[in-house]
Design a protein around this ligand. Structure first.
Ligand code: NAD
Length: 410
């Protein structure tokens, strides 16, 4: 199977060829700056000790402190974390944020842990990577399997030894210095980029149809915002199953159901659907918002959508991307489409450092400006160079990081 690490390397090489980067600059931009693998022993509720493996990869910090999420999922390993860390470097550069890229995680199924076990795991992992972190060094955020509560534990663990440090993580609860609008920021950012692209690619907006894999932070917030914009969300799946209603799902009611049931499966107002069946649905926007590597050579030919929107990180394998291009299905690339989270994380970090609070409308307006500017830049370069949006986005990001590396010297 094509892993996320392979996907990132393949995409990087393609863009580096386009820019004609020297061999040494390719190495400086592709190899991680430094990486940590740590042992995470956890006292379980039944008295056993389980030992997990945790990772933090700081891919590149030429443009600022490294920034990137913490993932709790059984698939987390060093290769996947490296791939995701590099994606963060390109994402922060593309959005022109004063950050580099990092990623971390623990190979664990968080659903199998009690709340107390999850807290102990988070505290131990934080303690073991703490020497790598800092408001001006490396700033984690939530990703798959983690949330604001996990960030609160990280903040507390770090601050208890080093003094109160709210800027050490973003995506915190608002009561602990989190930013208004951070929780829905990734979904909101995806919506903004989709709306711009809908105009350019002449796709329907109000009344248009969308299908989404994943109903977590990104998928659920995105579904809610698309629904409120007047699109029809016709299907949603998660790890347990899925639900489909071609007339359009009642997303607020679905969210209520998922809150209680822990899954979208079993929602009354629709028909059950599997994750495999989801890809075959006829719709305007097909939106993977869960795992990486889900669009493959085996299902890319089945897609009946008019655009793929990568809300997840790395959902499309290179072969699938080629098949989609041959079929004339445009793709909004992950590190543009899902950058809203890190943009508002940046706003959160600046609010913490300045000890200031922004109103929600200020956050959303600034997010909108950032996302539209990045999309327009990518679209312009794609038109000028006659390349897909992903290649254009890479070209912009790689150039910025290469220039920063060059200016900082050896
Ligand atoms: P989350 O943990 O909140 O939700 C993940 C969702 O994916 C859940 O609904 C889960 O059931 C589903 N899922 C997990 N395994 C699955 C499987 N095998 N088949 C089908 N569904 C499955 O995670 P999230 O924060 O929403 O992140 C989702 C994606 O978006 C990830 O790729 C993440 O890297 C990316 N992303 C997240 C953020 C953010 O701010 N949280 C920002 C940018 C990108």
């Amino acid at each position: 199977m094509y892993g996320l690490g392979d996907i990132a390397v393949n995409q990087f090489e393609h863009a580096a060829d386009l820019l004609g980067l020297s061999e040494s600059m390719r190495k400086r931009l592709s190899l991680p700056f430094r990486e940590f693998t740590v042992q995470v022993p956890v006292l379980m509720d039944d008295g056993r000790v389980e030992v997990f493996l945790g990772y933090r990869v700081q891919h590149n910090g030429a443009r600022g402190p490294t920034k990137g999420g913490i993932r709790y999922h059984p698939s987390v390993d060093l290769a996947e974390t490296r791939g995701l860390a590099s994606l963060m470097t390109w994402k922060t550069a593309l959005l022109d944020l004063p950050f580099g890229g990092a990623k971390g995680g623990v190979g664990v199924d968080p659903r199998a842990l009690s709340n107390n076990e999850l807290e102990r795991l988070t505290r131990k992992f934080t303690e073991r990577i703490a020497l790598a972190l800092g408001p001006y060094r490396d700033i984690p955020a939530p990703d798959m399997g983690t949330n604001a509560q996990v960030m609160a534990w990280m903040l507390d663990e770090y601050s208890s030894k080093r003094g109160y440090s709210p800027a050490i993580v973003t995506g915190k609860p608002v009561g602990l210095g989190g930013s208004l609008g951070r929780e829905e920021a990734t979904g909101r950012g995806v919506t903004i980029v989709m709306r711009e692209a809908a105009r350019d690619f002449e796709l329907p907006w109000k009344g248009g149809t969308a299908a989404i894999q994943g109903f977590g932070n990104v998928g659920a917030n995105l579904a809610m915002i698309l629904h409120s914009e007047g699109l029809r969300v016709i299907a949603v799946t998660d790890i347990e199953g899925g639900i489909c209603n071609t007339a359009g799902l009642d997303v607020p009611a679905l969210r209520e159901h998922a809150r209680k049931a822990g899954t979208v499966a079993g929602f009354a107002h629709g028909d059950p659907i599997t994750n495999e069946e989801l890809w075959k649905l006829e719709c305007d926007y097909m939106i993977p918002a869960a795992l990486g590597g889900v669009l493959t050579k085996d299902n890319a030919g089945d897609l009946q959508c008019r655009m793929v929107v990568e809300a997840a990180n790395g959902p499309t394998t290179p072969i699938a991307e080629k098949i989609l291009a041959e079929r004339g299905i445009p793709l909004l690339p992950d590190f543009l489409a899902n950058a809203g989270g890190v943009v508002v994380s940046y706003f959160e970090w600046t609010q913490n450092l300045q000890q200031m609070r922004w109103e929600l409308d200020e956050v959303n307006a600034a997010l909108e400006r950032k996302m539209i500017a990045a999309y327009r830049e990518v679209q312009t370069v794609a038109g000028e160079k006659n390349v897909p949006l992903r290649t254009a986005a890479y070209a912009i990001a790689l150039k910025r990081v290469a220039e920063a590396e060059q200016m900082r010297g050896l």
